[in-house]
Design a protein around this ligand. Structure first.
Ligand SMILES: Cc1cc2nc3c(=O)[nH]c(=O)nc-3n(C[C@H](O)[C@H](O)[C@H](O)COP(=O)(O)OP(=O)(O)OC[C@H]3O[C@@H](n4cnc5c(N)ncnc54)[C@H](O)[C@@H]3O)c2cc1C
Length: 477
């Protein structure tokens, strides 16, 4: 009787999961294991939560769903807490396993964790095998290996599109024969130091984030097929309001409840059945951005977490002004477009890509606050946090990452362009909802008479701007 332990990481699914599928083929019995590592609970960088309540709840949903899914296949999900370096070999020994299979990941913490597990297993004479399963393009199919890829996206994307194919998803195993043993109970929010009230979403949330493979597959069905949103994705993707301006696949992708190859297959099917246009291409294009950052993280490793980023810039003077940072984080800057986006993030764990770029640019460029504080804050709050997508996007917007062009956002210009009627700002800042759009984005332009007319007193009903925006742009030019 041969036994293999499958150590689940950010691959909480049965579909397109080569790690699980191969274990089922290679062994008589499989021990599916999830270990909640201590590094995900408690405080992270700058004393901020490592996993905030929204993502913690999403993870717990996902584990419950994975357990159900494995049970439907005559299997089980064994759940433990602690350091994988001690838990994984202990479980392997308990079940007399000959090998452990797991998902290979590019994050620096994940790599350190895996190295420790590998070393313990080797000492005990237990084999291991790793599988690359979270990108659209498989690492082995890239025209150049990650250490040699370009630091500019477009040449990488063009080359990859021309030379690599997306592999077909691996079918989900119909049976996962699992030995009997103590399953262990699923962790609760308390394990992360949160209460259930912390994880309650504001009713204005774009989606009622429910973790798990089933909910992720349901979202594909709704967005692509039932609502037929894909045909207009390119036109709507810069939206700010509602569930369907973009796919919202990100939280499920981040925990591996969805595989990008599965999404790709659905897009191809949609193109065959309904329409192939710029929008259908664009969703795959965005998944290529996602891949690019995964491979960039693999290439530059720890350098991504340095203040100077991968460009090793030493010419920017970063500040660590806690008070200003808190105002940004709380959505109290007095710049409505920034505040609306930060409040959405705080109340729901999600904010649009347009919003993320603007709030990141404001913190890093206008305030010149250490961009890593912003990245760590996003890490705590986002329901879809992914180490590569988050840190590489932050570095990009702070001008220390990929793409050597200097870039910063004209926040008010962006607000006027993407929130022309100020509906978004009005939704998240009800105190400004009575203002005409042109003032809602720049309430500091109200005359005294207008302040009285609209009953908006700066510094009382809504903060006065924390900086002179125009002067901050002067410094950047
Ligand atoms: C400062 C900043 C921080 C970010 N942090 C994260 C993060 O922690 N996790 C995360 O998944 N995304 C992050 N993004 C990227 C992007 O904002 C989100 O992926 C996107 O908003 C998720 O919504 P969606 O699924 O509806 O996206 P869609 O527009 O529907 O895109 C489809 C998928 O493509 C991928 N994608 C789209 N844009 C990007 C991008 N710029 N970079 C990488 N992948 C992308 C995502 O997986 C997304 O789910 C960040 C962007 C910025 C500017």
């Amino acid at each position: 009787m041969s036994t293999i332990v499958v150590w689940f990481r950010r691959d909480l699914r049965c579909h397109d999961n080569e790690t699980l599928a191969r274990a089922v083929v290679d062994a008589d019995e499989v021990v599916p294991l999830y270990c909640l590592p201590s590094r995900l609970t408690g405080a992270g960088l700058f004393g901020l939560d490592k996993t905030g309540p929204y993502r913690a709840r999403f993870l717990l949903d996902s584990l419950a769903d994975l357990r159900t899914s494995l049970r439907e296949r005559d299997g089980e999900l064994f759940v433990r807490r602690g350091s994988p370096a001690s838990v994984v070999p202990t479980v392997a020994r308990q079940f007399d396993a000959e090998a452990v299979y797991w998902q290979d990941l590019p994050g620096t913490e994940e790599r350190t964790e895996a190295r420790r597990v590998r070393s313990e297993l080797t000492d005990e004479g237990i084999d291991h095998e790793t599988f690359w399963t979270h990108t659209l393009y498989h690492r082995d199919d890239l025209p150049r290996p990650p250490p040699e890829i370009s630091d500019t996206f477009t040449p990488w994307k063009d080359r990859t599109e021309a030379k690599a194919n997306v592999r077909a998803p691996t079918p989900a195993p119909s049976d996962v024969p699992t030995p009997v043993g103590a399953q262990g109970s699923l962790p609760s929010l308390a394990a992360f130091g949160h209460q259930s009230s912390d994880a309650e979403l504001d009713e204005r949330t774009v989606l009622d984030w429910e973790g798990g493979e089933q909910a992720g597959l349901d979202r594909i069905a709704t967005y692509i097929w039932e609502q037929d949103c894909l045909r207009e994705y390119r036109e709507t993707r810069n939206g700010l309001l509602g569930s369907d301006y973009s796919s919202k696949f990100s939280p499920w992708l981040a925990l591996g409840c969805l595989s990008p190859r599965r999404i790709h297959r659905e897009v191809k099917q949609y193109e065959a059945d309904r329409v192939a246009n710029k929008s259908t291409y664009w969703l795959v294009f965005e998944l290529a951005w996602r891949d690019y950052f995964q491979y960039q993280l693999q290439k530059h490793g720890k350098q991504w977490f340095q203040q100077g980023g991968i460009r090793e810039r030493a010419d920017i003077e970063w500040r660590r002004d806690r008070e200003q940072f808190q105002r940004w984080a709380a959505g109290e800057t007095g710049i409505p477009f920034v505040d609306a986006n930060m409040r959405e993030l705080n109340e729901t764990g999600y904010v649009s890509n347009r919003g993320r770029q603007n709030v990141a640019s404001f913190l890093a460029n206008n305030l010149r606050i250490d961009w890593r504080m912003g990245a760590a804050y996003f890490e705590a709050r986002l329901v879809d946090y992914d180490v590569a997508s988050n840190w590489c996007n932050w570095a990009y917007n702070a001008q220390v990452g990929n793409d050597s062009r200097d870039r910063y956002f004209d926040i008010v210009g962006q607000a006027r362009q993407y929130d022309a009627d100020a509906e978004y700002v009005g939704q998240w800042l009800p105190e400004l909802a009575s203002l005409p759009a042109k003032f809602a984005h720049e309430p500091w332009r109200l005359s005294e008479a207008q302040r009285a007319e609209y009953s908006v007193e700066l510094g009382v009903d809504y903060p006065a701007p924390m900086i002179d925006l125009e002067a901050s742009y002067e410094k950047l030019r």
